[in-house]
Structures are given as C-alpha cells and as structure tokens.
Write a protein that binds this ligand. Structure first.
Ligand SMILES: C[S@@+](CC[C@H](N)C(=O)[O-])C[C@H]1O[C@@H](n2cnc3c(N)ncnc32)[C@H](O)[C@@H]1O
Length: 236
C-alpha cells in the first residue's frame, strides 16, 4: 500500500498517522558523495527509526547530556556545534536525504563521535524514541515558516507539539528556536509563552547565543534582508 492509498476509517488505521506534516520530502538531487555517504556511513551513524525507546548511553557509549535538533537541513551548523561541544551528545533529526548525506560526510570529515542521525519525522521520534524528561536541550533552527495562511497548520511550532517537546526536556533543559520570518517569530513567542511547562528565559526574544553558528538557511535569509529572532525557553 502506498502513502497515497485511500484513507481507511480511523478504527482500521494502524498505527495512527498524523495527517498534517511540517515538511514535504522533495526528490532533491543527491550528489554522488552524499549517496555514497548514505550507503557507507549511514549504517554507522544513523539510528534506525523505531517505535521504541532507545538506550542512548549504549548508542553513544557514555551517559552525557543529550541535545536533539529537529530539521538540521544540510547539517553545517549541527556539525559545528557538535565539534565545539564534545562533552554533549547530539541527535539530529531530518527527513531530507541530501542533507542527511551531507551531515554524514561532515561527521566523517571531522571524526565526530558525539552526533547521531535519525531519518524520520521528528514528532513520532520524540513520542517513541526519546524518554520523557531526558533531554538537556532541543534545537529548532529556521523551521519551515509556511508563510501562506492556508499552510499555517503545517508549522511545526503548535501548542500540541510544544507540549510534547517540553515533556521530553529534563528540569531546566532548554528549547532554543530561531527563525528569520517575523510572523513566525511572533507566533512562536505566543505559543511557547502559553505552554505552562516552559519559562521564557528573557520574557521576550533572546540575544543570539555566540555558540549558534549561522546556518545555510539563515545565510539565505540574511542575504534577502531578513531579520533573525532567537527564543530560549527552559523546562520548569
Ligand atoms: C528551512 S529548513 C532549515 C534547515 C536548517 N536548520 C538551517 O537552518 O539551515 C527546515 C528543515 O526542517 C526539516 N523538517 C521540517 N519538519 C521536520 C520534521 N517534522 N522532522 C524532521 N525534519 C523536519 C525540513 O526537511 C528542512 O530540511
């Protein structure tokens, strides 16, 4: 059965699927090197999606603070952060195959041991593979802004998602979002501010932390003259 098959009545649908997703997987062109990285490095650094909790200390070979990133794109900022923070373990979640190939190449080139990849929708990943109150941090950098009103429902930052994300943070763990789309920044401020399990570290937008590198998508926005808004909340 393909994903486009006629939908079944709810009672027959197993497992339940989210109807609206925050991404569209485009058949983006893979370079030869990205294709090779997926085949040769994927088995070493990609943790297969499963509807089961993962023993992360076993995966990383140590029990260090863990930070999960949703939508790393081409992985440039992700690899840079992981290299700069060797004491922390990072889990990057992305659905875009060329980006996954590109990050695998970076992991290999920089000999990073504190970074793993999950190639799947981050929502079920958080639900199934990440235990409640287990993350030291969650990074969501330049999520697709879905600027058209009829697409707003696709935005990742929604009350239900934020409740799930907050539940995966340990006490004092942080949720760091950044966007170059002002209406989305305002929406984030409203939705994150309304989640009782989170506390805004500044009461407003946050200064950009010096350790957050400029990502590929951000650079594009800056070229177009966009501003950038960071938001940092912590779990109560
Ligand atoms: C606009 S790009 C930004 C990429 C990167 N963070 C950057 O700043 O360059 C957003 C990325 O999020 C990914 N994405 C969106 N929703 C996702 C989800 N639910 N799970 C995993 N990845 C997702 C998309 O595939 C896309 O690569």
């Amino acid at each position: 059965m393909t994903a486009d098959a006629p939908s079944l009545p709810d009672s027959a649908a197993a497992p339940p699927r989210r109807g609206i997703r925050s991404f569209v997987v485009r058949a983006g062109r893979m370079t030869e090197a990205q294709t090779r990285a997926l085949a040769e490095l994927g088995p070493r650094w990609i943790v297969p999606y499963a509807e089961a909790a993962v023993d992360w200390p076993q995966v990383f070979g140590r029990d260090a603070p863990r930070v999960l990133e949703i939508g790393f794109g081409m992985g440039d900022a992700t690899a840079e952060i992981a290299a700069a923070q060797p004491q922390t373990d990072f889990i990057g979640v992305e659905v875009h195959p060329p980006g996954i190939g590109a990050l695998l190449q970076r992991i290999d080139a920089a000999a990073l041991t504190n970074l793993r990849i999950i190639q799947h929708d981050a929502v079920p990943v958080l639900q199934h593979m990440i235990a409640p109150h287990s993350l030291a941090g969650l990074h969501i950098y330049f999520p697709d802004p879905w600027p058209k009103k009829r697409h707003h429902k696709r935005r990742l930052i929604q009350p239900e998602f934020v409740r799930l994300a907050a539940s995966r943070l340990r006490h004092g763990g942080y949720l760091h979002c950044a966007t170059d789309w002002q209406p989305y920044a305002e929406h984030m401020l409203d939705v994150l501010g309304a989640e009782p399990a989170l506390r805004n570290t500044t009461g407003d937008y946050a200064p950009r932390p010096a350790w957050r590198p400029v990502s590929k998508f951000e650079r594009r926005g800056l070229r177009l003259g966009h501003g950038v808004w960071d938001l940092v909340f912590t779990a109560r």
